[in-house]
Design a protein around this ligand. Structure first.
Ligand code: CUA
Length: 336
């Protein structure tokens, strides 16, 4: 309804309408309350102004009045809470089967890497109409990934992964900002999200790929010697990683954790933090030995072990691709 009235940035994601509706509702409630308070203030100031010989009559409380001004705001605030929580949780929870993009922030640029292997700097190409999950980390200080047109903002923190997602609804080029002061050139840490029609995106994807991220990860996994302990036959000194991603893991101290991105990351950088039940803390740390990009590749590789149990390298033919998804597109470009 406000599309031709540029008070709001362009709306280009499924979240944008929900966020704006809530924001407009908050504005209207605040506006009405302000109006109510100031009208009453002016009215009472005039009505009960000081007059010679007229003394004010003191009133001791009024239950109906107090109940009214407590109960009505209670319901208004509960509505805001419920609505806000619904929008928040939807924005926080990436749908299953989202396309994954790894983001590494550094002073002062955005490095993006698609699960299929494409790397980009300060630019992210995505198709219209697909859920895109961003798995983000920083190489130095805290940054913040902010795309106004998607109504999406998420801090990007060194030492861990944070996650955000969006579903673009309109082709176009949209601003990407860093929204956390991160040093001298913070204001220059900008980029663009290029949303393309699916066919154009396929064409873009097929140009100049370096191979899936999980395949680079597998190579690093071999180079670092991880395979000698994490073997597929359960004879290794480390846990078998086949199929663990997203599953609960029983730890030596009795606790259970879910094997998500942050768990894998931590297990590489600080292997002693969470020892899997039945294993000894013998793994050395890889802190300082692997870059953020290599970490992302390793995480993508461990994930790929769960997507296609038969062929961990992600040769797509074996994973029975859903043909209805992208007819005519080259098979084999998808790992997921
Ligand atoms: Cu990065 Cu501000």
């Amino acid at each position: 309804m406000f599309d031709n009235f540029p008070l709001w940035p362009e709306r280009a994601s499924t979240a944008a309408g929900n966020v704006d509706a809530l924001f407009i509702f908050l504005l209207i409630v605040s506006g009405l309350m302000t109006l109510l308070i100031f009208t009453a203030l002016v009215y009472f100031a005039a009505r009960y102004r000081h007059r010679r010989g007229v003394l004010a009559e003191q009133i001791e409380g009024s239950t109906p009045l107090e109940l009214t001004w407590s109960v009505i705001p209670f319901f208004v605030f509960m509505a805001i809470f419920a609505w806000g929580a619904a929008v928040y949780f939807k924005g926080r929870t990436p749908p299953r089967d989202s396309t994954e993009v790894y983001v590494v922030a550094k002073q002062w640029m955005w490095k993006l890497e698609h699960a299929e292997g494409q790397r980009e700097i300060n630019e992210l190409h995505v198709p219209v109409g697909r859920d895109v999950k961003l798995i983000m980390t920083s190489q130095d200080v805290i940054h913040s990934f902010f795309v106004p047109a998607f109504r999406m903002k998420q801090d990007v923190v060194p030492g861990r992964y944070t996650v955000a997602w969006f579903h673009a609804t309109k082709a176009g080029t949209y601003h990407l900002f860093c929204a956390e002061y991160c040093g001298t050139q913070h204001s220059g840490m900008i980029g663009s999200i290029v949303v393309m029609e699916p066919s154009q995106f396929e064409a873009w994807m097929n140009g100049g790929t370096t191979g899936p991220l999980s395949v680079s990860g597998e190579k690093i996994f071999a180079e670092l010697g991880c395979v000698t302990c994490h073997r597929g036959d359960a004879q290794g000194r480390g846990p078998n990683l086949q199929g663990i991603f997203g599953k609960p893991v029983q730890l030596e101290n009795g606790r259970t954790v879910t094997a998500d991105e942050n768990y894998i990351r931590e297990s590489i950088l600080d292997p002693g933090a969470k020892i899997v039940s039945g294993f000894k803390p013998v793994m050395p740390t890889f802190q300082g030995l692997v870059s953020e990009e290599q970490l992302n590749a390793l995480v993508a590789y461990v994930k790929s072990l769960s997507h296609s149990l038969a062929t961990p390298t992600g040769t797509a033919a074996a994973t029975a691709q859903d043909n209805s998804k992208a007819p005519g597109s080259a098979p084999g470009s998808q790992v997921q």
